[in-house]
Design a protein around this ligand. Structure first.
Ligand code: AHE
Ligand code: ZN
Ligand code: ZN
Length: 192
């Protein structure tokens, strides 16, 4: 019974399809008092579920749900004093609410193919209609968080059933994008 495996509470019953183009919204943390609010202006991209140990997950989830938006479209609206960077050494500078733990936005500031993008968790939007996740990244990494390696076959099967192709890194399209960026940079360096 692959149905008994919880991937993420919001998608275990099937992925909600976005009706129309998502125009952006406000991400809200889980605090009942003084919640942190972050505006994302315009659409999000590359929504996916992620099995890595670093992305924020709601209680009971095996995978996080994470997407990107351009950094200049992301603005802290309220209670930004509650935010702190989880790991200053990480590529993604995850800004988390120090009270409830929800990661609100994670900019990539270093020279990297994702530089200029912020990682966000669409499920924290107070609005609905955001682009649904399209693939599953870092699937093998759930073992690092305690999943039984013997359960992996069933988990990959369930992800596939949900329409989330499982990958142990990012999707082929994103991996090709990263490799193209690296190749272009290497070429430039060789010509200098
Ligand atoms: N096995 C590690 C993998 C962590 C990892 O590399 N995570 C990816 C994906 S996060 C969203 O897709 C990544 O790019 N991380 C950069 C960063 O975290 O700064 C683990 O599980 O910890
Ligand atoms: Zn909070
Ligand atoms: Zn992740």
């Amino acid at each position: 019974m692959t149905n008994s495996i919880s991937i993420h509470p919001l998608i275990d019953q099937g992925i909600p399809r976005s009706a129309e183009a998502f125009a952006g919204g406000v991400l809200v943390c889980a605090c009942t008092e003084r919640p942190v609010k972050v505006r994302v202006e315009g659409p999000i991209a590359h929504n996916h579920v992620c099995g890595c140990t670093k992305c924020w997950k709601p209680a009971g989830a095996t995978f996080s749900m994470v997407a990107v938006a351009p950094h200049d479209k992301v603005t802290v609206l309220e209670n930004g004093d509650k935010l702190a960077v989880v790991d200053p050494a990480a590529l993604i500078q995850r800004h988390a609410c120090t009270e409830c733990g929800v990661h609100m936005y994670g900019p990539v500031e270093r020279e990297h193919p994702f530089q200029g993008l912020d990682f966000i968790h669409p499920e924290r939007f107070q609005e609905s209609g955001w682009q649904e996740p399209g693939f599953a990244a870092f699937v093998s990494s759930i073992i690092e968080a305690g999943a039984d390696p013997k359960a992996m076959e069933g988990i990959r099967k369930r992800l596939t059933e949900l329409g989330l192709a499982p990958y142990d890194c990012l999707s082929p399209a994103l991996m090709d994008y990263i490799a193209s960026w690296t190749a272009a940079r290497t070429k430039t360096a060789q010509h200098n």
